[in-house]
Design a binder for this molecule. Structure first.
Ligand SMILES: NC(=O)c1ccc[n+]([C@@H]2O[C@H](COP(=O)([O-])OP(=O)(O)OC[C@H]3O[C@@H](n4cnc5c(N)ncnc54)[C@H](O)[C@@H]3O)[C@@H](O)[C@H]2O)c1
Ligand SMILES: [Zn+2]
Length: 342
């Protein structure tokens, strides 16, 4: 087992990599309240702590809502839960985001921890202290910054994960390598098929290294006043594609990263050959690199997502493999580049 520690203003978080779900109560205390979804419960429920109550939420992004949070509050009230109870999310990024939000708002905050069960949730969604839900068509617009007490990553649980979901996780791993770890990027270029096939040592290394990138950025800028924005590399266009084309998060940000690399080349911050390395790594993993979604729907989603004020949006550019910087872009420029990717 390997560990990492993330210290933020909103709390400290212990991350255990390669720990078993069967040891959960060592970290949560006895009988935590489990929040999960039907898929995870069906495949791994037998390993949940025996005396624990289980709250199940609906599947998929359409359930990442305040309505789902309200149902959780109702169950917590019915269970007589108070601040002495611990909530543990066992599931993908959706379960973690929703459960984290419910736990940090119910009674102004209960103790909570995560057992991320998708690769994407292990390398990204469960770590960093952002919890939240979608509202009125805006993604992650309502939420809190609050660190879970612990994140337990059990690699055995990934064995039931479909290949398409593994690939989605790799999109965030590649993102983290591209913005902050050139060595990890090279390792992925050489070993990605082993990791994708779950060769344990390779997978452990890529999860550890990409979490190191994320947790060190979050430790320096927990509330996203500056550097943390780099973690949004590929996400401006990615979120719009996710909404307009209904693609899974990882696939959408793969396309977003290709666009961001092209813009970085245009702006002169990234060499053409480094942009080509990124595109070929994404392709090797089996992630999409061509634009998807209706032009007008993507443009509308982006305009809506763009936080109020001006035409320009903050945008993450690569300044080399393993290094990023935050600049600005207009919706029109981004749509122009995405047209060239069709
Ligand atoms: N809070 C953050 O910092 C952060 C960062 C990145 C992404 N996110 C959010 O994460 C969400 C995406 O997360 P996701 O990709 O994990 O999606 P998800 O939670 O929908 O999980 C994907 C699918 O895999 C299933 N599943 C989960 N674990 C499984 C397992 N072990 N075996 C088989 N099937 C399993 C789920 O039931 C679901 O159908 C998005 O809403 C995104 O906004 C949040
Ligand atoms: Zn993401």
């Amino acid at each position: 087992m390997r560990g990492l520690k993330l210290s933020g203003k909103s709390g400290a978080c212990r991350i255990m990599l390669g720990e078993s779900l069967s040891n959960l109560e060592k970290y949560s205390g006895p009988n935590p309240i489990i929040i999960t979804d039907a898929n995870v419960r069906a495949m791994h429920g037998a390993q949940f702590p025996k005396g624990s109550e289980v709250i199940e939420i609906g599947l998929g992004e359409p359930n990442k809502t305040l309505q789902t949070v309200m149902k959780i509050y109702e169950r917590l009230l019915a269970l007589g839960a108070d601040r002495s109870c611990t909530v543990v999310a066992i599931g993908g990024g959706i379960v973690c985001d929703v459960a984290g939000f419910a736990a940090t708002t119910y009674m102004r905050g209960m103790r909570f921890g995560f057992v991320p069960t998708t690769l994407l949730a292990q390398v990204d969604a469960s770590v960093g202290g952002k919890n939240g839900v979608n509202f009125n068509g805006y993604k992650n617009i309502v939420g809190t910054f609050s660190q879970p007490e612990f994140v337990l990553c059990d690699f055995e649980m990934l064995k039931t994960l479909p290949l398409r979901e593994m690939r989605n996780g790799f999109a965030e791993i590649i993102k983290q390598a591209a913005i902050g770890d050139a060595q990890l990027f090279s390792f992925l270029e050489e070993n990605c098929t082993h990791s994708l096939n779950l060769r344990r040592t390779a997978l452990e290394k890529v999860v550890y290294d990409s979490l190191t990138v994320k947790s060190s950025i979050v430790s320096r800028d927990e509330l996203e006043k500056g550097e943390r924005m780099k973690l949004n590399f590929g996400h401006t266009l990615g979120h719009a594609i996710e909404k307009a084309a209904g693609l899974p998060h990882g696939e959408a940000i793969s396309i977003g990263m290709v666009a961001a690399a092209r813009i970085s080349v245009k702006r002169g911050t990234l060499k053409e050959k480094d942009a080509a390395r990124l595109v070929s790594l994404l392709e090797k993993i089996g992630l999409p690199i061509k634009m998807q979604g209706e032009r007008s729907a993507v443009a509308e989603a982006m305009t809506k997502d763009k936080k109020k004020g001006g035409n320009a949006m903050r945008f993450v550019l690569l300044s080399g493999i393993g290094s990023a910087q935050v600049g600005e872009i207009t919706v029109d420029e981004l749509i122009g580049v995405s047209d060239d990717m069709r």
